[in-house]
Write a protein that binds this ligand. Structure first.
Ligand code: AVI
Length: 325
């Protein structure tokens, strides 16, 4: 496949391979989720424009240790990680972490090709353009695709027969169910090696405030889903009648995020009525936490061999280098 267009960040045109990922139908997904015995809506719908802004704000919160800890690990082990990358093309899955990729590229000047894979075309092109502007000699290629689906690497001319290494930071893998992690890892195995960020198990006294902060940003992030449903689907959720909750389920090893109904109520979504009992939960997200061993076992089930793991001194977060068995 030839690049379909170039994005004008003069004088750095970005090659774009656009696989036109189909947008999921928000209305049917919401109606389906609200008709389940355990009401539940996929976390991917949390990220409209406002939701993405709120998530960026979460990443800056004092309680949300994940982002700054992962960046600390990247900085502290930059030369080791750069060695692990070698001369391969670096393929980032979800290109939202521009600060993290910059730490890697600074440490690894031998990497001359960066490929950002993201569903959001404009954000991706802008990010790639900015990287080419700031890193001399770097070619940044934008691939607009859904990275949870089989990656169309063989159709990307620039990558044909070239060794690649995947980078999936942020512990976004923790938002998948463990069985989905295995499917996802098998899907991205086409990249060869993988560097993946994974949040570690720890005390609920640290975990719960990270997902329910004092300023209420995490709550606003979850409740924004109701705002989005009201706006886009003509619903009448009264936000004062719902409250956000985040609880660490130690047995399942996950933070469970949900919106609880404060009373018995019926909400209208266009021409559909949805009733809630007092205390009933609408699940918005799971965020799984793993020990190093648990995650390595999961990776091995997916056909990867753990090569190396980097962590911070407080054992809050881990960065795994996995290779194909
Ligand atoms: C995107 N993901 C890694 C976040 C997490 O930590 O699970 C999503 C999040 N939701 C609320 N706070 C953070």
């Amino acid at each position: 496949m030839s690049p379909s267009s170039s994005f004008q960040t003069k004088p750095f045109p970005v090659k774009l391979y656009d696989f036109h990922p189909p947008g999921e139908d928000f209305r049917s997904a919401v109606l389906r989720g609200l008709s389940l015995p355990q009401k539940s809506i996929s976390p991917k719908f949390l990220y409209d424009k406002r939701g993405s802004e709120l998530f960026d704000a979460i990443c800056q919160l004092p309680e949300y240790y994940l982002t700054r800890t992962e960046m600390g690990i990247l900085r502290a082990h930059a030369s080791d990680i750069a060695q692990a990358l070698g001369h391969r093309a670096l393929v980032e899955l979800g290109s939202g972490s521009s600060q993290k990729i910059r730490i890697l590229l600074q440490a690894a000047p031998q990497v001359t090709t960066y490929v950002g894979v993201d569903i959001s075309r404009q954000h991706l092109q802008e990010a790639c353009g900015a990287l080419m502007q700031d890193f001399e000699g770097l070619e940044a290629i934008a691939v607009c695709a859904d990275y949870t689906q089989p990656l169309p690497l063989e159709t990307i001319r620039e990558l044909h027969h070239r060794p690649t290494i995947g980078f999936f930071p942020g512990s976004s893998i923790g938002n998948l169910e463990p069985a989905e992690v295995i499917t996802f890892l098998k899907t991205v195995a086409v990249l060869g090696d993988l560097i993946v960020g994974v949040d570690l198990k720890k005390s609920p006294a640290i975990l719960e405030p990270a997902y329910d902060d004092a300023q209420g940003v995490s709550a606003a992030f979850a409740l924004n889903l109701l705002v989005r449903i009201n706006r886009e689907l003509g619903a009448n959720f009264d936000l004062a009648q719902f409250s956000y909750q985040a609880h660490y389920n130690a047995q399942a090893g996950r933070i469970e995020m949900a919106i609880a109904s404060l009373c018995d109520q019926t909400v209208r979504l266009g021409d559909v009525d949805v009733s809630f009992r007092q205390g009933e939960m609408l699940r918005t997200e799971h965020s799984y936490k793993y020990t190093v061993d648990e995650f390595q076992l999961l990776a091995m089930e997916a056909g990867f061999q753990p090569v190396r793991v980097w962590t911070d001194a407080d054992q809050l977060f881990s960065l795994h280098h996995l290779k194909q068995m």
